[in-house]
Design a binder for this molecule. Structure first.
Ligand SMILES: C[S@@+](CC[C@H](N)C(=O)[O-])C[C@H]1O[C@@H](n2cnc3c(N)ncnc32)[C@H](O)[C@@H]1O
Length: 244
């Protein structure tokens, strides 16, 4: 089983984001990058979905992406956007970056958040971070340890793509393991091929996150809830952080 952004998970990544109809982060990232002079780094730039438009808007931004398939998609779709293939954990920039942006919960895939926040602090004074909080999993709205239908997409080639998810959550340890099953079906509904992946994510309560940021030398300049949408529960939080 793959652990990261290969096969259907890479190929269908953008179609599933579109199907979710969530607000795009590109406006927030554009706002954050407005006053950053010099080169910024986008960690986990994926298929270029957000990197491409930001480079086209003339931000001095380069991508870093560890999945070769995602890098290939990005280079094909947005040839002007520079992307380095590699993992953040092995990355050492030549100079300090004007800023580093990590949208779309990529930071939560890091197994050692404290160490990586310290490394980020060494490589920039300005950090953009978006994190999600798994309310639906914690409240039991989504069943634990059983497969459920997540989303479906129509493929341009006529087939359909289906995503099913199965998760295990440990509230105490702040860890969520999600299995994804991607199934391609032909026009008659017969299965053409199915693939599975597994993701381990960390999540943080408000208090735990603020302690972690304080310990690693980050101060919150701005916090935006739910990408600007109003809701009583905070599912997604975006932080503009400054090294102190
Ligand atoms: C949730 S996807 C988001 C992709 C992109 N930011 C977007 O919003 O379209 C996470 C991406 O981060 C990449 N990634 C995960 N861990 C990484 C790491 N340690 N270093 C570099 N890239 C990483 C994955 O391969 C994947 O493409």
């Amino acid at each position: 089983m793959s652990t990261g952004y290969t096969g259907f998970e890479a190929l269908w990544h953008d179609l599933f984001w579109e199907a979710e109809e969530a607000p795009s982060e590109v406006l927030l990232m554009d706002d954050f990058l407005q006053d950053k002079d010099g080169k910024s780094l986008y960690v986990g730039s994926g298929s270029g979905r957000l990197l491409g438009p930001l480079v086209e808007a003339e931000h001095e931004l380069g991508g870093l992406e560890m999945s070769p398939e995602m890098v290939a998609l990005s280079r094909e779709k947005f040839p002007l956007a520079e992307v380095v293939e590699g993992a953040w954990q092995d990355h050492q920039g030549e100079d300090k970056y004007a800023s580093i942006v990590i949208p779309a919960f990529t930071f939560q895939l890091f197994s050692d958040p404290q160490k990586q926040l310290q490394r980020l602090w060494e490589q920039t004074d300005h950090l953009y971070l978006t994190l999600f909080f798994p309310w639906a999993e914690l409240s039991g709205d989504l069943p634990q340890n059983e497969w459920y239908f997540d989303r479906g997409i129509q493929l341009p080639t006529g087939e359909s793509g289906e995503l099913e998810t199965r998760h295990k959550i440990k509230e105490q340890g702040g860890s969520l393991v999600r299995r994804h099953r991607y199934t391609m079906k032909d026009a008659a509904g017969a299965v053409v091929r199915a693939e599975e992946t597994e993701q381990r994510l960390r999540f943080f309560t408000d208090v735990a996150l603020k302690n972690l940021l304080k310990k690693t030398g980050w101060e919150i300049e701005k916090e935006i809830e739910n990408l600007g949408d109003e809701d009583d529960l905070v599912y997604v939080a975006t932080f503009y952080l400054r090294g102190c």
